[in-house]
Design a protein around this ligand. Sequence first.
Ligand code: KIV
Length: 324
Amino acid sequence: MLGSSMYALRLQRVELKHASRNGIFRRWMSVRPQDIGISEVRKKVTIQSLYQNKANGTPISMLTAYDYPTAVACSSHPVDITLVGDSLAQVCLGYPSTTHLSVAEMIHHTRAVARGTTHPLLIADMPFGSYHTGIEDALRNAVRMVQDGHVEGVKMEGGQELTEIVRRLSSVGIPVMAHVGLLPQRHIAMSGYKVQGRDRNGAKRILADALALQEAGAFSIVLEAIPKELGKYITEKLEIPTIGIGAGPHTDGQVLVWDDMMGTWNGHKAKFVRRFANAKHERDSGVEAYCEAVKSRSFPDENTESYSLDKNEWAQFLEDQKSQ
Ligand code: KIV
């Protein structure tokens, strides 16, 4: 008896799942799990296709995402790489810097982003401290990011000191995106978030780092906050695609932080940030309008936004109440 009711319960769960996938419950609630709703099916971005982009001069678009809706937005447009950046720490979790973010917090977010990711290549930052305590620790944490966090590759900030880690991860098939120039995880050591490689020695060091990381197996590299001449020079010297953020227009691709790009970030706006939307204005006026409507009782509308009961049922209900 117990066995058959357990079986019925499981069957019911499977049927519910099937029904919701097919949109049968679509009209019920606005908090229902939605189907991903992407109309245009794009070809999956691969490391090979990124190399083709570099070869034929087609710019690579990378954008950060931190949760399911931002991931779906990336998947709905020609974003090539979705990056769960550790900027997550500041823009979503309210930490003062990326150094506060843990691997567990990162994985919680990468799983949500993975659920909303279709064609873009999904990369995530290795949080500060997760690759600084030895090669085997770095490997263990990178495996967690892939296995539990469902990402396709990892990004790490640093230069030649990371080559052995990059080699080890690449050797077991974990694609590594390198990151040189301004390294936000080292903002204290770097005395702030400053443009890097502004003199010839600094520029030589960044070039040497980029070449060493490529040689170690990095499949791509982020160039952050460096002069545009250097961005162009490194891009021409490297065989792997370069993704710039504040590195000028001649890199193989560009990346921006979602909140910078959407205009929802209240903090400092770097010179290289362009606001492509004013979502903060939209968001704030929506919240304002909602509060106003609730307080003036104009929401919900009695006819169009409320449910009603059959008149006879209601009369009977009231009658029944009298006899109680
Ligand atoms: O954390 C981040 O968002 C990044 C950038 C390159 C955008 O690393």
